[in-house]
Design a binder for this molecule. Structure first.
Ligand code: SF4
Ligand code: SF4
Ligand code: SF4
Length: 169
């Protein structure tokens, strides 16, 4: 018999891992999962093909597949009211201690891929530079996630305490 997913699973988009990034227009839980019918229309509408279904069947945006352009095709395609244009996008980029530049390796891949100029490299002692993510400039598009060769960047919800080992943008 299959285990039934718990409320915690819904919030995380599966059995474990970070909080699920629902498509633009999604409100907070538990409202989103109560309204979403798992129809998949948002996934089909996304021209960037960055939406897929998580282990529970709900849609999630995967920034490892590319950046969100905020075209809101997903929002417009949603027939249930689970996605609405009034809900804010709460996600912003942050880098973990796995960032290569923090360990003295020359890397500016994230900065090179940020169209919003939301990443600055600050000179540090010893001649290395570290990235700083500018909260006010970051759109949360996720365009810096996939290019990071260390997999050190993720999108995190604003207004949430930062987990150990990460730097708030
Ligand atoms: S806003 Fe556009 S690019 Fe972003 S997830 Fe929705 S359909 Fe895809
Ligand atoms: S289009 Fe709306 S109801 Fe359908 S899966 Fe996406 S969020 Fe859920
Ligand atoms: S998520 Fe933020 S820092 Fe990353 S590319 Fe988009 S705007 Fe730039």
């Amino acid at each position: 018999m299959l285990d039934q997913p718990t409320r915690r699973d819904f919030l995380r988009g599966g059995r474990s891992g970070p909080p699920a990034i629902r498509p633009p227009g999604a409100g907070p839980e538990p409202g989103f999962s109560a309204l979403c019918t798992k129809c998949g229309d948002c996934e089909a509408a996304c021209p960037e093909a960055i939406i897929h279904r998580d282990a529970t069947g709900f849609p999630v945006v995967d920034p490892a597949r590319g950046a969100c352009t905020f075209c809101l095709a997903c929002t417009g395609a949603c027939p249930s009211g689970a996605l609405t244009e009034t809900a804010p996008w709460p996600w912003r980029a942050e880098a973990s201690e796995g960032c290569l530049a923090r360990h003295g390796v020359e890397c500016r891949a994230c900065e090179d891929h940020c169209d919003a100029s939301a990443i600055r490299f600050l000179p540090m002692l010893g001649g290395r530079s570290e990235p700083v993510f500018l909260r006010d400039a970051c759109t949360g598009c996720g365009g810096c996630v996939a290019p990071c060769p260390a997999g050190a960047i993720r999108l995190a919800p604003t207004g949430r305490p930062t987990e150990a080992g990460t730097t708030p943008c």
